[in-house]
Design a protein around this ligand. Structure first.
Ligand code: F6R
Length: 357
């Protein structure tokens, strides 16, 4: 499929969206509210001994919630949080580790392998899944299972996959209550939905305008350490999976020490790069100055850059304001590419092929 889609024709946008990515975006505020109020309350958490470190193990759409947790909780929790996207766990994982094993399908082999390692090393495990083999194994091993609703794609389920980790840490006394912050975030994205949705014309719709800038370009997303870095990674993944385009991400200040030097050759390819700079007023003041200088350095090297600013007051609202904008933009970019945003045939093929080898 590759036919031109008019971003101002809602029916055309919905026609190419065969598995309901727009519906899932529309449902995100409700999903977050449900994750905040219902999913964890009914789960019995065992007495968990002293925790020295926390690991979130998962892949793709199921792992990004781990990074959200890592960034969100870094300033609040005194134990380290590591995100593990691998078959094996780091050596430090043991009886004093809390492991969140996260897989939307419950059948991702890397996560199943890491889960088994966590259990064998005596870690305290909490599984977050719709079911699958992970749900079965965790129940059999008497670990708490947070069962989340199925029927959407894993990458559309960040509310279900991420928010329970906050709630569990709060119940274990490791994190203060996040309900107020979550409420602000849910209200904010509820309001944003009316401005970013498919019915809103391109002239008034910032997400459609971002997609237009990325059309025919190689998106490079820059975030800042400790604030928007996780959003940059999320945008990259969403552009890959929804728009079926390459995308790359990096983080300030680190990219000031290498990536900006590499914007000379080959000029014809560099002119195809469009940089998205994610901004947050909480970015380190020196990083904010760095961004201003960096913009001057890059402006003639690449196609151009677009700054996207976080809104809201709490950290969660600010993170999600950027995530929600990027999620919509990636689906509009799929439309501009004339491609169905939902199916991820290559991931499905890879998983299927691996089953036979
Ligand atoms: C698909 C998606 C993928 C999956 C990944 C792991 O929408 O986002 O990145 O999340 O392949 O699968 P699960 O989440 O089922 O463990």
């Amino acid at each position: 499929m590759s036919q031109l889609v008019d971003l101002n024709q809602e029916d055309e946008l919905r026609r190419i969206d065969t598995i309901g990515m727009f519906a899932a975006l529309d449902g995100l505020p409700g999903q977050c509210a449900r994750a905040c109020r219902e999913l964890v309350e009914k789960v019995q958490l065992p007495e968990i001994k002293a925790i020295s470190n926390i690991v979130v193990t998962g892949l793709g759409g199921s792992a990004i919630g781990g990074d959200l947790l890592r960034v969100y909780a870094a300033g609040q929790i005194s134990v380290p949080i590591t995100v593990n996207r691998d078959y094996v766990l780091p050596k430090f994982v043991g009886p004093d580790t809390l492991v969140f094993a996260v897989s939307y399908s419950g059948n991702t082999e890397e996560t199943l392998s890491a889960y088994s390692e966590a259990r064998n090393r005596g870690a305290s495990v909490v599984a977050i899944t719709t079911g699958g083999k992970l749900g079965e194994a965790a129940k059999k091993d008497s670990f708490p299972v947070i069962e989340i609703p199925g029927g959407i794609s894993p990458r559309s389920a960040t509310g279900y996959l991420f928010i329970p980790t906050l709630k569990v840490l709060n119940r274990l006394g490791l994190l203060s209550d996040v309900t107020e912050e979550l409420d602000e975030m849910i209200d904010l994205i509820g309001n944003m939905r009316a401005k970013l949705g498919p019915a809103v014309m391109e002239a008034e719709n910032p997400a459609k305008q971002i997609a237009r800038k990325l059309q025919g370009r190689i998106p490079v997303i820059w975030g800042s350490a400790g604030t928007t870095e996780v959003v940059a990674q999320r945008w990259k993944g969403q552009i890959n999976e929804n728009a079926k385009s390459p995308a790359y991400w990096n983080v300030l200040p680190e990219l000031n020490h290498n990536e900006i030097v590499g914007l000379e050759f080959p000029p014809e390819i560099l002119k195809k790069i469009h940089i998205i700079i994610l901004r947050d007023e909480r970015d380190h003041p020196r990083v904010q100055k760095r961004i201003e200088i960096t913009k001057e350095v890059i402006q003639n090297a690449v196609d151009g850059y677009t700054e996207v600013r976080a809104t809201g007051s709490g950290v969660l609202a600010r993170l999600y304001s950027l995530i929600y904008t990027g999620d919509f933009a990636s689906v509009y970019l799929a439309a501009l590419n004339g491609v169905d945003p939902g199916p991820v045939k290559v991931i499905d093929l890879l998983k299927k092929e691996l089953q036979n080898r």
